[in-house]
Design a protein around this ligand. Structure first.
Ligand SMILES: Nc1ncnc2c1ncn2[C@@H]1O[C@H](COP(=O)(O)OP(=O)(O)OP(=O)(O)O)[C@@H](O)[C@H]1O
Length: 446
């Protein structure tokens, strides 16, 4: 009896120790105990999981059948019959699950390679991912890193986007880190790789927060920031110290877009004169300063109250489209935000969207906006965007940088932080008249 008490006491102490270890040192618990246990379970249960998720294939294999097992009555048969029974090795149908590679631990779960059966495609695994996640009792399973004949499954045990922080990184020209991706990596927007971005989302979905995060990261960089805010300037006026130009009415928008198109044409002429294909191949002293244009609510630029505005709207749409088409090579970049983006805003919208290769889709109210933002990317991205809950503002689907799409969340940047950044780096703001009237020299960050 006393031995039993000692054993039970030891087990209880071990369980309490494991619980405390897990609670206070989650990472070391995961790598020390949690992950090996999970790995064993994943390998052991994989045939059932694959079968349940319809990832197995029927194969013909030789198998010893039960006929070879002596059963009651067989002993009484003749020796020849018994030998015949023992030769009963038959070809039967067996279920083969896809071969699993090595399970590698990650901070939030694990990743592993899976070898596709003949005839399978990565989309089969994308379809099965939700079922696999339930079978493994994890938050999500995503298909990443597709290679010929292989996919990598990425399992995360909890939503990494519940709390998002970004560690400061060295300032790199036109590169910003507005948040985190679901896979735990920093969300990087590199305007030199993807020059123009569309940022869609319903009200209170986190669009302005993303704009704040981008402004904070761009403010210390040698770039000119330009704003279009037709909601009366309420969004961007607080950042005016760091903005080289701000348009808050349609008339101002038309003028500013005319300036921008003129600037793009100037840069084009400069490149032509020096035999350069884009501003990045110009000699450094001649290289013009990059311009990042933020449009707060694109629908305001396209909507007209009456016919008298038709001409202005069409000039605005044409100029914006020209900036999008030509800006890439001449370091003029766009971030176009909007609550609702649909073909009904005008023919220019669809053409503009085609030029905005970077896409960010927050929670949206109407399927058409999600369709417009991600419909030409991947249907699975569209489904993921529709599933974003209202209680997680800032969560979005990002497509553009690496050819795939990710769930991501911007880091929370309150307005006063962005305003503070705008004031702190106000001395880096290039003067707009000087910028469009000359070939400016890039100032260096303080
Ligand atoms: N990444 C985030 N993390 C935490 N909270 C966030 C995040 N992004 C936004 N929020 C919260 O959601 C609120 C709404 O965000 P935001 O103002 O950016 O939405 P919006 O889409 O611009 O809305 P509107 O179109 O009405 O201006 C913010 O006040 C903030 O409290």
């Amino acid at each position: 009896m006393s031995d039993l008490v000692v054993v039970l006491g030891a087990l209880a102490a071990a369980a309490a120790g494991l619980w405390a270890w897990r609670r206070w040192h989650p990472a070391s618990f995961w790598y020390g105990v949690g992950f090996p246990v999970r790995a064993v379970l994943v390998y052991l249960t994989w045939p059932h999981v694959a079968s349940g998720c319809r990832l197995t294939r029927q194969r013909r294999r030789f198998r010893l059948t039960l006929d070879a097992v002596p059963v009651a009555g067989v002993a009484s048969r003749s020796a020849a019959t018994v030998v015949e029974h023992k030769r009963r090795v038959r070809r039967v149908d067996v279920e083969r699950s896809p071969r699993l590679g090595v399970l590698r631990p990650t901070r939030l779960g694990w990743r592993m390679r899976v070898r596709l059966h003949d005839g399978q495609v990565p989309a089969d695994y994308e379809k099965a991912a939700e079922g696999i996640a339930h079978a493994w009792r994890v938050h999500s399973v995503r298909v990443v890193d597709v290679r010929p004949g292989y996919v990598t499954l990425w399992a995360t045990m909890r939503d990494p986007l519940t709390e998002v922080t970004v560690s400061p990184a060295p300032v790199e020209l036109l590169r910003v880190r507005p948040g985190k991706l679901e896979n735990g990596r920093d969300w990087v927007i590199d305007f030199r790789t993807v020059p123009h971005w569309l940022n869609a989302g319903a009200t209170q979905s986190g669009k302005s927060n993303l704009a704040n995060a981008i402004i904070c990261d761009l403010a210390p960089q040698p770039v000119a920031l330009v704003g279009f805010d037709l909601k009366g300037g309420v969004e961007f006026t607080p950042y005016a110290p760091r903005l080289s130009a701000l348009a808050t009415t349609r008339k101002e928008s038309v003028d500013l877009l005319t300036d921008l198109v003129g600037e793009v044409e100037n840069r084009m002429g400069l490149c032509r004169a020096h035999g350069a294909r884009n501003v990045w191949t110009l000699p450094e002293p001649l290289r013009p300063i990059p311009v990042v244009v933020l449009v707060d609510e694109v629908a305001e630029l396209f909507l007209m109250a009456d016919k008298s505005e038709k001409d202005e709207v069409s000039r605005t749409a044409t100029a914006l489209l020209r900036v999008a088409q030509l800006g890439r090579a001449f370091a003029v970049h766009l971030i176009v935000c909007g609550q609702r983006i649909g073909a009904d805003l005008g023919p220019g919208v669809t053409a503009l969207r085609a030029q905005l290769s970077g896409r960010v889709c927050h929670r949206v109210n109407d399927p058409e906006t999600a369709n417009m933002t991600l419909g030409d990317v991947d249907p699975a991205a569209l489904d993921a965007a529709r599933a974003i809950p209202a209680e997680t503002p800032g969560v979005c689907i990002v497509a553009g940088q690496d050819g795939t799409w990710h769930r991501a969340r911007s880091v929370y940047v309150p307005e006063h932080t962005a305003e503070q950044a705008a004031r702190e780096y106000a001395h880096l703001t290039p003067d707009w008249e000087t910028l469009i009237g000359s070939v400016p020299v890039t100032p260096t960050a303080a």
